[in-house]
Design a protein around this ligand. Structure first.
Ligand SMILES: C[S@@+](CC[C@H](N)C(=O)[O-])C[C@H]1O[C@@H](n2cnc3c(N)ncnc32)[C@H](O)[C@@H]1O
Length: 211
């Protein structure tokens, strides 16, 4: 997601400080949320439609959204703040460094929605479903923790299914056309709305990490 640079966002995002968390080495997530509850993390949150709706439907879960672009995160922070969701925190953060802010086994679920496909083979390691990332997720997820993945990109989906299989992960609810499937609880992301309006199919699966 590329937005035209908006210099005012750097200051304006401070209006939503309450829903933002700064990454630091002694970050304590239980203290941040002031309660004990499972943690679900969305990687590449974009403008936040998905995490805001999911958090509204699941008040018993602590949700953490991370996004590398501040200009995009601003709109997610605005949504979370305006809906007064106390069970969401957002971070301006790069998924590559995810091991720095979560301790082993801390997270129950990871969501990846419409991540950048990085179509060139030489960039395959940048795909958020590459083995390099799966190893990181395995380390922070609980035993039995899950990864829920959606994309519009058939090639990325095929690549990801193979990465999951090679990593020995158990896949379930694989769909090659989510919007014409039996899956009832779907929450559309911004990208999903855009791509499905163009007539593109949406691919989805859930992956379980067990020892
Ligand atoms: C194609 S957009 C999808 C946004 C949203 N998930 C959706 O479905 O509407 C991918 C998003 O992931 C973010 N992103 C890509 N690589 C990232 C990384 N390494 N760490 C954090 N965010 C990243 C991008 O900035 C962008 O906002």
């Amino acid at each position: 997601m590329r937005l035209r640079k908006k210099p005012w966002i750097k200051d304006a995002i401070n209006d939503y400080k309450e829903v933002l968390t700064e990454a630091c080495p002694d970050l304590n997530w239980r203290e941040t949320f002031k309660r004990d509850a499972p943690f679900y993390v969305e990687l590449g949150t974009g403008k936040g439609k998905f995490i805001a709706e999911l958090a509204e439907r699941n008040p018993e879960i602590n949700f953490i959204g991370m996004e590398a672009q501040l200009d995009v995160l601003y709109y997610a922070a605005q949504k979370v703040y305006e809906r007064q969701l106390t069970n969401v925190r957002l971070l301006h953060f790069d998924v590559n460094n995810i091991l720095e802010i979560f301790s082993p086994g801390a997270i129950s679920r990871v969501y990846i929605n419409f991540c950048d496909p990085w179509p060139k083979n030489r960039h395959a390691k940048r795909r958020l479903t590459h083995k390099v990332f799966l190893d990181k997720y395995r380390s922070i997820l609980t035993n039995g923790g899950e990864l829920h993945f959606k994309t519009d990109n058939e090639k990325l989906f095929e690549f990801s299914l193979n990465q999951f299989a090679d990593a020995g992960l158990k896949m379930k609810h694989i769909s090659f056309d989510l919007h014409n499937s039996d899956y009832k609880d779907n929450i559309m992301t911004e990208y999903e709305a855009k791509f499905s309006a163009m007539g593109m199919k949406i691919y989805r699966t859930e992956v379980k990490f067990v020892e």
